[in-house]
Design a protein around this ligand. Structure first.
Ligand code: CMP
Length: 138
């Protein structure tokens, strides 16, 4: 059993498509064990995306991710990390496979609808960033 962090990004909240993303998660069989809506400060977005510090898109990314509320959720299941990444599709919606969330709802490489942890280590950091143990419902 594995857990991963998912984020529904600001443009999806703005466009009132949150429910469609949650449906995709539920239909996939991944279990939502925690979920909330939060608005990050620029500083918090920089901490969350610290592994990208120094990259050319870091400032734009963290400005965007702190520009409106996001929905964060913890997904649980066997191989949850790779399953959620498969559901999301490639980072760039233009390259994402048919039927993936980013293909269907993403706008461009930055406004790509959703985020997911890329390893068990990043999942542990990212889940702990947003949730305490008390907020995770087994
Ligand atoms: P995400 O999965 O949230 O992880 C890092 C984010 O940086 C990525 O999705 C994109 O939204 C954003 N980003 C913007 N430009 C790029 C780029 N050229 N390559 C990768 N990620 C990018």
């Amino acid at each position: 059993m594995e857990r991963t962090l998912g984020i529904i990004k600001p443009e999806i909240v703005e466009r009132a498509l949150v429910g469609k993303i949650i449906s995709r998660v539920e239909e996939s069989g991944l279990k939502i064990v925690a979920m909330k809506m939060v608005r990050l400060t620029k500083r918090q977005a920089e901490e969350f995306y610290h592994v990208h510090r120094g990259k050319f898109f870091f400032d734009e990314l963290t400005t965007y991710m702190s520009g409106g509320p996001v929905v964060v959720m913890v997904l649980e299941g066997e191989e949850a990390i790779s399953r959620w990444r498969a559901l999301m599709g490639a980072t760039d919606p233009a390259r994402a496979q048919e039927g993936t969330i980013r293909k269907d709802f993403g706008t461009d490489i930055q406004r790509n609808a959703v985020h997911g942890s890329d390893s068990p280590e990043s999942a542990a950091f990212e889940i702990g960033f947003f949730f305490s143990g008390l907020e995770l419902h087994a």
